[in-house]
Design a binder for this molecule. Sequence first.
Ligand code: FES
Length: 127
Amino acid sequence: MAPTAARDGFRWHRAVEAGSLSSGRGRAAQLDGRWIAVVQDGDEYFATDDACPHQGAPLSEGIVLHGLVICPWHSWAFDVRSGRCARAPHVGIATYAARRRGEWIEVELPDGPSAADGVPNESSARP
Ligand code: FES
């Protein structure tokens, strides 16, 4: 079960309407100046950085299957929980807690600089 209160240094943000999602699909949301992909896999919701670390495709326009969000441009797949790339484990994306509250999907983001800072993001990497 998703936590009800934000952790210290984090805050929940309304991201997308739950009715705008379906299993296997996502939507982008701009929260605190960051583009976040909010995706649904079965009955679960996840949030990751929206920009693919390969060449910047919007992961929110990819498909979600078996716990992976698959990039719409070149099919790199990222674990929605860990953010690790299935083909290049040294590459990853930031992931965030997500929960459904009523008709909204909320995403927990850290206050301050992007959590993506320091996450491997090697655009030159090739599988
Ligand atoms: S831009 Fe995502 S795999 Fe190439």
